[in-house]
Design a protein around this ligand. Structure first.
Ligand code: ASP
Ligand code: MG
Length: 417
Protein backbone atom coordinates (compact mmCIF):
# COMPACT_ATOMS: atom_id res chain seq x y z
CA UNK A 1 0.00 0.00 0.00
CA UNK A 2 1.31 3.37 -0.95
CA UNK A 3 0.29 6.94 -0.34
CA UNK A 4 -0.09 8.52 -3.75
CA UNK A 5 -0.86 12.10 -4.71
CA UNK A 6 -2.42 12.34 -8.17
CA UNK A 7 -2.87 15.63 -9.95
CA UNK A 8 -5.21 15.97 -12.93
CA UNK A 9 -4.89 18.96 -15.25
CA UNK A 10 -7.62 20.96 -16.96
CA UNK A 11 -7.97 18.79 -20.07
CA UNK A 12 -8.20 15.66 -17.91
CA UNK A 13 -11.25 17.12 -16.16
CA UNK A 14 -12.51 19.08 -19.17
CA UNK A 15 -16.02 17.51 -19.25
CA UNK A 16 -18.24 15.48 -16.97
CA UNK A 17 -17.39 12.42 -19.03
CA UNK A 18 -13.69 12.99 -18.45
CA UNK A 19 -14.31 13.61 -14.76
CA UNK A 20 -16.05 10.24 -14.64
CA UNK A 21 -12.98 8.67 -16.25
CA UNK A 22 -10.73 10.28 -13.67
CA UNK A 23 -13.04 8.94 -10.96
CA UNK A 24 -12.71 5.44 -12.42
CA UNK A 25 -8.94 5.66 -12.45
CA UNK A 26 -8.83 6.98 -8.89
CA UNK A 27 -11.27 4.29 -7.75
CA UNK A 28 -9.08 1.65 -9.33
CA UNK A 29 -5.99 2.77 -7.36
CA UNK A 30 -8.12 2.89 -4.24
CA UNK A 31 -9.34 -0.68 -4.80
CA UNK A 32 -5.72 -1.77 -5.12
CA UNK A 33 -5.29 -0.59 -1.54
CA UNK A 34 -3.53 2.74 -2.01
CA UNK A 35 -4.26 5.86 -0.04
CA UNK A 36 -5.05 8.71 -2.39
CA UNK A 37 -4.98 12.46 -2.37
CA UNK A 38 -6.25 13.85 -5.66
CA UNK A 39 -5.53 17.41 -6.76
CA UNK A 40 -7.49 18.87 -9.65
CA UNK A 41 -7.30 21.89 -11.91
CA UNK A 42 -10.28 23.82 -13.21
CA UNK A 43 -11.98 22.44 -16.33
CA UNK A 44 -9.91 23.42 -19.38
CA UNK A 45 -10.49 27.00 -20.45
CA UNK A 46 -12.34 27.81 -17.27
CA UNK A 47 -9.63 29.88 -15.56
CA UNK A 48 -9.22 31.96 -18.73
CA UNK A 49 -12.97 32.42 -18.91
CA UNK A 50 -13.19 33.59 -15.30
CA UNK A 51 -10.25 35.97 -15.61
CA UNK A 52 -11.79 37.28 -18.84
CA UNK A 53 -14.99 38.18 -16.99
CA UNK A 54 -12.98 40.20 -14.49
CA UNK A 55 -11.16 42.02 -17.29
CA UNK A 56 -14.47 42.87 -18.95
CA UNK A 57 -15.29 44.85 -15.84
CA UNK A 58 -11.94 46.50 -15.26
CA UNK A 59 -8.60 46.91 -17.00
CA UNK A 60 -6.82 46.64 -13.66
CA UNK A 61 -8.84 44.43 -11.32
CA UNK A 62 -7.81 44.24 -7.69
CA UNK A 63 -5.55 41.16 -7.40
CA UNK A 64 -7.30 40.03 -4.22
CA UNK A 65 -10.62 39.88 -6.04
CA UNK A 66 -9.03 38.29 -9.12
CA UNK A 67 -7.96 35.42 -6.89
CA UNK A 68 -11.46 35.07 -5.49
CA UNK A 69 -12.73 34.74 -9.06
CA UNK A 70 -9.93 32.54 -10.43
CA UNK A 71 -10.06 30.09 -7.52
CA UNK A 72 -13.71 29.33 -8.27
CA UNK A 73 -12.82 27.05 -11.19
CA UNK A 74 -11.10 24.48 -9.01
CA UNK A 75 -13.88 24.56 -6.44
CA UNK A 76 -16.25 23.28 -9.10
CA UNK A 77 -14.05 20.37 -10.19
CA UNK A 78 -13.33 19.07 -6.68
CA UNK A 79 -17.05 18.87 -5.94
CA UNK A 80 -17.81 17.21 -9.27
CA UNK A 81 -15.07 14.64 -8.81
CA UNK A 82 -16.31 13.79 -5.32
CA UNK A 83 -19.83 13.35 -6.71
CA UNK A 84 -18.52 11.10 -9.50
CA UNK A 85 -16.65 8.98 -6.95
CA UNK A 86 -19.70 8.68 -4.70
CA UNK A 87 -21.63 7.51 -7.74
CA UNK A 88 -19.08 4.70 -8.08
CA UNK A 89 -19.61 3.87 -4.42
CA UNK A 90 -16.25 5.23 -3.27
CA UNK A 91 -15.82 7.34 -0.15
CA UNK A 92 -14.31 10.70 -0.92
CA UNK A 93 -14.41 14.26 0.33
CA UNK A 94 -13.45 17.52 -1.35
CA UNK A 95 -11.56 20.44 0.16
CA UNK A 96 -10.67 23.92 -1.02
CA UNK A 97 -7.13 25.14 -0.32
CA UNK A 98 -8.41 27.10 2.67
CA UNK A 99 -10.28 24.10 4.08
CA UNK A 100 -7.14 21.95 4.05
CA UNK A 101 -5.27 24.97 5.13
CA UNK A 102 -2.71 25.41 2.48
CA UNK A 103 -1.21 28.52 3.98
CA UNK A 104 0.43 30.94 1.56
CA UNK A 105 1.90 34.41 1.64
CA UNK A 106 -0.33 37.28 0.52
CA UNK A 107 1.16 37.81 -2.95
CA UNK A 108 -2.17 37.56 -4.78
CA UNK A 109 -2.06 35.87 -8.20
CA UNK A 110 1.40 34.44 -7.49
CA UNK A 111 1.35 33.37 -3.87
CA UNK A 112 3.90 30.99 -2.40
CA UNK A 113 3.00 28.09 -0.15
CA UNK A 114 4.32 28.49 3.38
CA UNK A 115 2.79 25.56 5.22
CA UNK A 116 0.27 22.76 4.77
CA UNK A 117 -1.81 21.36 7.58
CA UNK A 118 -2.08 17.60 6.98
CA UNK A 119 -4.44 16.73 9.86
CA UNK A 120 -7.77 16.65 8.06
CA UNK A 121 -6.29 14.76 5.14
CA UNK A 122 -4.61 12.20 7.43
CA UNK A 123 -7.84 11.59 9.26
CA UNK A 124 -9.75 10.93 6.04
CA UNK A 125 -7.00 8.73 4.64
CA UNK A 126 -6.95 6.66 7.81
CA UNK A 127 -10.67 6.04 7.34
CA UNK A 128 -10.17 4.95 3.75
CA UNK A 129 -11.63 8.14 2.31
CA UNK A 130 -10.15 9.63 -0.84
CA UNK A 131 -9.12 13.23 -0.30
CA UNK A 132 -9.77 15.65 -3.15
CA UNK A 133 -8.05 19.02 -3.01
CA UNK A 134 -8.47 22.09 -5.18
CA UNK A 135 -5.23 22.90 -6.96
CA UNK A 136 -3.87 26.38 -7.62
CA UNK A 137 -5.22 27.93 -4.43
CA UNK A 138 -4.46 28.58 -0.81
CA UNK A 139 -5.28 31.00 1.95
CA UNK A 140 -3.15 33.68 3.58
CA UNK A 141 -2.79 34.42 7.29
CA UNK A 142 -5.71 36.80 7.15
CA UNK A 143 -8.06 34.28 5.60
CA UNK A 144 -7.89 35.73 2.07
CA UNK A 145 -8.12 33.33 -0.86
CA UNK A 146 -4.87 33.27 -2.86
CA UNK A 147 -3.74 31.59 -6.09
CA UNK A 148 -0.32 30.25 -6.98
CA UNK A 149 0.16 31.56 -10.54
CA UNK A 150 -1.01 30.04 -13.81
CA UNK A 151 -0.37 26.33 -13.97
CA UNK A 152 -0.15 26.33 -10.19
CA UNK A 153 -2.02 23.08 -9.62
CA UNK A 154 1.20 21.20 -10.37
CA UNK A 155 2.76 23.00 -7.44
CA UNK A 156 -0.24 22.19 -5.24
CA UNK A 157 0.19 18.51 -6.09
CA UNK A 158 3.90 18.43 -5.39
CA UNK A 159 3.55 20.49 -2.21
CA UNK A 160 0.86 18.14 -0.86
CA UNK A 161 3.06 15.15 -1.71
CA UNK A 162 5.94 16.77 0.16
CA UNK A 163 3.79 17.64 3.17
CA UNK A 164 2.32 14.13 3.35
CA UNK A 165 5.65 12.45 2.54
CA UNK A 166 3.80 10.59 -0.20
CA UNK A 167 5.43 7.67 -1.93
CA UNK A 168 4.83 9.23 -5.33
CA UNK A 169 3.31 12.31 -6.90
CA UNK A 170 1.72 11.52 -10.26
CA UNK A 171 0.96 14.41 -12.59
CA UNK A 172 -1.69 13.31 -15.11
CA UNK A 173 -1.88 15.39 -18.24
CA UNK A 174 -2.70 15.17 -21.94
CA UNK A 175 0.72 13.82 -22.92
CA UNK A 176 2.16 10.60 -21.56
CA UNK A 177 5.35 12.10 -20.22
CA UNK A 178 8.24 14.40 -20.93
CA UNK A 179 9.38 14.35 -24.55
CA UNK A 180 12.68 15.13 -26.24
CA UNK A 181 10.84 18.04 -27.89
CA UNK A 182 7.23 19.16 -28.33
CA UNK A 183 5.68 16.33 -30.39
CA UNK A 184 3.38 18.81 -32.12
CA UNK A 185 6.46 20.32 -33.74
CA UNK A 186 8.70 17.29 -33.95
CA UNK A 187 6.65 14.17 -34.68
CA UNK A 188 9.74 11.99 -34.11
CA UNK A 189 10.10 13.26 -30.54
CA UNK A 190 10.35 10.46 -28.00
CA UNK A 191 9.07 10.08 -24.49
CA UNK A 192 11.82 9.87 -21.89
CA UNK A 193 11.51 7.09 -19.31
CA UNK A 194 13.49 9.15 -16.86
CA UNK A 195 14.90 12.61 -16.65
CA UNK A 196 17.03 14.11 -13.92
CA UNK A 197 15.59 16.78 -11.74
CA UNK A 198 18.17 19.30 -12.96
CA UNK A 199 17.29 18.70 -16.59
CA UNK A 200 13.60 18.98 -15.84
CA UNK A 201 14.23 22.26 -14.07
CA UNK A 202 16.13 23.64 -17.08
CA UNK A 203 13.51 22.41 -19.53
CA UNK A 204 10.71 23.97 -17.51
CA UNK A 205 12.58 27.26 -17.21
CA UNK A 206 13.39 27.25 -20.92
CA UNK A 207 9.78 26.94 -21.97
CA UNK A 208 8.71 23.30 -21.74
CA UNK A 209 5.12 23.57 -20.54
CA UNK A 210 4.77 20.06 -19.14
CA UNK A 211 5.29 21.11 -15.53
CA UNK A 212 5.06 24.49 -13.87
CA UNK A 213 8.62 25.44 -12.92
CA UNK A 214 7.74 26.10 -9.30
CA UNK A 215 6.47 22.57 -8.96
CA UNK A 216 9.83 21.25 -10.15
CA UNK A 217 11.69 23.48 -7.71
CA UNK A 218 9.44 22.25 -4.94
CA UNK A 219 9.98 18.63 -5.90
CA UNK A 220 13.74 19.15 -5.83
CA UNK A 221 13.69 20.83 -2.46
CA UNK A 222 11.79 17.99 -0.82
CA UNK A 223 13.01 15.20 -3.12
CA UNK A 224 9.46 14.28 -4.09
CA UNK A 225 9.25 11.26 -6.35
CA UNK A 226 7.50 12.80 -9.33
CA UNK A 227 6.06 11.15 -12.42
CA UNK A 228 4.30 12.64 -15.46
CA UNK A 229 1.64 10.44 -17.08
CA UNK A 230 -1.29 10.60 -19.45
CA UNK A 231 -4.82 10.59 -18.10
CA UNK A 232 -6.21 9.46 -21.45
CA UNK A 233 -4.78 5.97 -21.44
CA UNK A 234 -6.41 2.83 -20.32
CA UNK A 235 -5.46 2.17 -16.68
CA UNK A 236 -4.54 -1.42 -17.51
CA UNK A 237 -2.20 -0.59 -20.35
CA UNK A 238 -0.89 2.63 -18.91
CA UNK A 239 2.51 3.82 -20.13
CA UNK A 240 4.88 4.38 -17.20
CA UNK A 241 5.27 8.02 -18.18
CA UNK A 242 8.41 9.90 -17.23
CA UNK A 243 9.99 9.65 -13.79
CA UNK A 244 11.96 12.61 -12.49
CA UNK A 245 15.02 11.22 -10.74
CA UNK A 246 17.52 12.63 -8.33
CA UNK A 247 20.47 10.48 -9.26
CA UNK A 248 22.22 10.09 -12.52
CA UNK A 249 22.21 6.38 -13.09
CA UNK A 250 24.35 4.47 -15.53
CA UNK A 251 22.01 4.50 -18.48
CA UNK A 252 21.52 8.20 -18.17
CA UNK A 253 25.19 8.85 -18.68
CA UNK A 254 24.77 7.83 -22.28
CA UNK A 255 22.35 10.58 -23.03
CA UNK A 256 24.26 13.74 -23.71
CA UNK A 257 21.25 15.83 -24.62
CA UNK A 258 17.83 15.07 -23.15
CA UNK A 259 15.63 17.59 -24.79
CA UNK A 260 15.02 20.76 -26.68
CA UNK A 261 12.78 23.48 -25.35
CA UNK A 262 11.62 26.73 -26.83
CA UNK A 263 9.58 29.69 -25.87
CA UNK A 264 8.02 32.62 -27.59
CA UNK A 265 7.24 34.42 -24.38
CA UNK A 266 10.14 36.83 -24.41
CA UNK A 267 11.06 40.11 -26.04
CA UNK A 268 14.48 41.64 -26.56
CA UNK A 269 15.52 45.17 -25.72
CA UNK A 270 18.80 46.76 -26.84
CA UNK A 271 20.13 49.96 -25.41
CA UNK A 272 22.58 51.22 -28.01
CA UNK A 273 25.62 53.42 -27.58
CA UNK A 274 25.70 53.66 -23.82
CA UNK A 275 28.84 54.77 -22.05
CA UNK A 276 31.19 51.88 -21.27
CA UNK A 277 31.77 52.61 -17.59
CA UNK A 278 31.28 51.04 -14.17
CA UNK A 279 27.67 51.11 -13.03
CA UNK A 280 26.07 51.19 -16.46
CA UNK A 281 24.37 47.78 -16.11
CA UNK A 282 22.93 48.92 -12.83
CA UNK A 283 21.80 52.25 -14.29
CA UNK A 284 19.82 50.38 -16.97
CA UNK A 285 18.59 47.32 -15.08
CA UNK A 286 18.07 48.94 -11.68
CA UNK A 287 14.92 50.81 -12.80
CA UNK A 288 13.72 47.68 -14.64
CA UNK A 289 14.01 45.65 -11.44
CA UNK A 290 12.37 48.44 -9.46
CA UNK A 291 9.40 48.20 -11.83
CA UNK A 292 9.19 44.49 -10.94
CA UNK A 293 10.08 43.30 -14.44
CA UNK A 294 12.10 40.08 -14.57
CA UNK A 295 15.10 39.99 -16.85
CA UNK A 296 16.27 36.73 -18.42
CA UNK A 297 19.26 36.88 -20.77
CA UNK A 298 21.73 39.76 -20.69
CA UNK A 299 24.47 40.54 -23.21
CA UNK A 300 26.89 43.41 -23.02
CA UNK A 301 29.44 43.95 -25.74
CA UNK A 302 32.95 45.22 -25.26
CA UNK A 303 32.81 48.81 -26.29
CA UNK A 304 34.82 50.65 -28.88
CA UNK A 305 35.61 54.33 -28.29
CA UNK A 306 34.15 54.23 -24.82
CA UNK A 307 30.66 53.13 -25.90
CA UNK A 308 28.86 49.82 -25.89
CA UNK A 309 25.51 48.17 -26.63
CA UNK A 310 23.54 46.47 -23.91
CA UNK A 311 20.80 43.92 -24.64
CA UNK A 312 18.50 41.85 -22.48
CA UNK A 313 15.26 39.93 -22.66
CA UNK A 314 12.10 40.28 -20.61
CA UNK A 315 8.79 38.50 -20.56
CA UNK A 316 6.78 39.59 -23.58
CA UNK A 317 3.84 40.63 -21.42
CA UNK A 318 6.14 43.11 -19.67
CA UNK A 319 7.84 44.38 -22.81
CA UNK A 320 5.87 47.63 -23.14
CA UNK A 321 6.32 48.38 -19.48
CA UNK A 322 10.09 47.79 -19.71
CA UNK A 323 10.38 50.04 -22.79
CA UNK A 324 8.46 52.78 -21.04
CA UNK A 325 10.71 52.54 -17.97
CA UNK A 326 13.84 52.85 -20.13
CA UNK A 327 12.49 55.78 -22.11
CA UNK A 328 11.69 57.60 -18.90
CA UNK A 329 15.15 56.93 -17.44
CA UNK A 330 17.04 57.83 -20.59
CA UNK A 331 18.88 61.08 -20.02
CA UNK A 332 18.47 60.62 -16.28
CA UNK A 333 20.15 57.44 -15.05
CA UNK A 334 21.91 56.76 -18.40
CA UNK A 335 22.53 58.27 -21.82
CA UNK A 336 21.93 56.17 -24.93
CA UNK A 337 22.08 56.65 -28.68
CA UNK A 338 18.98 54.52 -29.23
CA UNK A 339 16.68 52.02 -27.54
CA UNK A 340 15.46 49.25 -29.81
CA UNK A 341 12.88 46.63 -28.93
CA UNK A 342 11.92 43.40 -30.67
CA UNK A 343 8.99 41.30 -29.54
CA UNK A 344 9.24 38.80 -32.39
CA UNK A 345 12.00 36.68 -30.98
CA UNK A 346 12.08 33.14 -29.64
CA UNK A 347 14.47 31.28 -27.42
CA UNK A 348 15.56 27.76 -28.26
CA UNK A 349 17.49 25.70 -25.74
CA UNK A 350 19.29 22.40 -25.77
CA UNK A 351 19.42 20.71 -22.35
CA UNK A 352 21.37 17.73 -21.05
CA UNK A 353 23.51 16.74 -18.08
CA UNK A 354 25.91 15.06 -20.51
CA UNK A 355 27.10 18.54 -21.45
CA UNK A 356 29.23 18.55 -18.34
CA UNK A 357 31.48 15.88 -19.74
CA UNK A 358 31.22 16.49 -23.47
CA UNK A 359 32.75 19.31 -25.46
CA UNK A 360 31.78 20.62 -28.85
CA UNK A 361 28.04 20.63 -28.27
CA UNK A 362 27.75 24.38 -28.55
CA UNK A 363 29.56 24.44 -31.87
CA UNK A 364 27.38 21.62 -33.13
CA UNK A 365 24.31 23.64 -32.20
CA UNK A 366 25.67 26.78 -33.83
CA UNK A 367 26.67 24.96 -37.02
CA UNK A 368 23.26 23.30 -37.30
CA UNK A 369 21.52 26.65 -37.08
CA UNK A 370 24.05 28.34 -39.38
CA UNK A 371 23.41 25.68 -42.03
CA UNK A 372 19.78 26.82 -42.04
CA UNK A 373 20.93 30.45 -42.15
CA UNK A 374 19.32 31.19 -38.80
CA UNK A 375 20.95 34.18 -37.17
CA UNK A 376 21.78 33.97 -33.45
CA UNK A 377 20.96 37.19 -31.71
CA UNK A 378 21.96 36.18 -28.20
CA UNK A 379 23.58 33.15 -26.62
CA UNK A 380 23.61 32.02 -23.02
CA UNK A 381 24.87 28.87 -21.42
CA UNK A 382 24.75 27.06 -18.11
CA UNK A 383 26.47 23.86 -17.09
CA UNK A 384 23.72 21.77 -18.70
CA UNK A 385 22.11 24.15 -21.21
CA UNK A 386 22.83 26.22 -24.30
CA UNK A 387 20.15 28.74 -25.22
CA UNK A 388 19.96 31.03 -28.23
CA UNK A 389 17.65 33.87 -29.18
CA UNK A 390 16.53 33.82 -32.80
CA UNK A 391 13.86 35.37 -35.00
CA UNK A 392 10.51 33.94 -33.95
CA UNK A 393 9.68 32.83 -37.47
CA UNK A 394 12.45 30.20 -37.40
CA UNK A 395 11.58 28.61 -34.09
CA UNK A 396 9.93 25.45 -35.38
CA UNK A 397 12.61 24.90 -37.98
CA UNK A 398 15.32 25.38 -35.36
CA UNK A 399 13.74 22.86 -32.99
CA UNK A 400 13.39 20.29 -35.76
CA UNK A 401 16.92 20.56 -37.13
CA UNK A 402 18.44 20.47 -33.65
CA UNK A 403 16.37 17.44 -32.71
CA UNK A 404 17.76 15.68 -35.76
CA UNK A 405 21.34 16.92 -35.37
CA UNK A 406 21.52 15.64 -31.80
CA UNK A 407 19.89 12.38 -32.89
CA UNK A 408 17.17 12.65 -30.31
CA UNK A 409 14.88 10.64 -32.54
CA UNK A 410 17.25 7.70 -32.12
CA UNK A 411 18.31 8.47 -28.59
CA UNK A 412 19.98 6.26 -26.07
CA UNK A 413 17.52 6.53 -23.26
CA UNK A 414 14.12 6.34 -24.71
CA UNK A 415 11.35 3.90 -24.03
CA UNK A 416 13.19 0.72 -23.13
CA UNK A 417 10.47 -1.37 -24.78
N1 ASP B 1 -6.50 26.43 -13.41
C1 ASP B 1 -5.25 27.11 -13.20
C2 ASP B 1 -4.70 27.63 -14.52
O1 ASP B 1 -5.26 27.47 -15.53
C3 ASP B 1 -4.24 26.25 -12.51
C4 ASP B 1 -3.85 25.00 -13.25
O2 ASP B 1 -4.55 24.54 -14.12
O3 ASP B 1 -2.79 24.46 -12.92
O4 ASP B 1 -3.65 28.22 -14.51
MG1 MG C 1 -0.62 22.59 -16.39
Amino acid sequence: MALIVQKYGGTSVGSTERIRNVAKRVARFHREGHQLVVVVSAMSGETNRLLGLARELSSSPDPRELDVVAAAGEQVTIGLLAIALHDLGVKSRSYTGAQVRILTDSAFTKARILEIDDQRMRKDLAEGTIVIVAGFQGVDRHGNITTLGRGGSDTSGVALAAALKADECQIYTDVDGVYTADPRIVPEARRLDKITFEEMLELASQGSKVLQIRSVEFAGKYMVRLRVLSSFEDVDSQSPGTLITYEEDDDMEQAIISGIAFNRDEAKISVMGVEDKPGIAYAILGPIAAANVDVDMIVQNIGASGHTDFSFTVNRSEYRKAMAVLESQRGKSFEARDIIGDDHIAKVSVVGIGMRSHVGLASKMFKTLADERINLQMISTSEIKIAVVIDEKYVELAVRVLHKAFELDKGSHGPSA
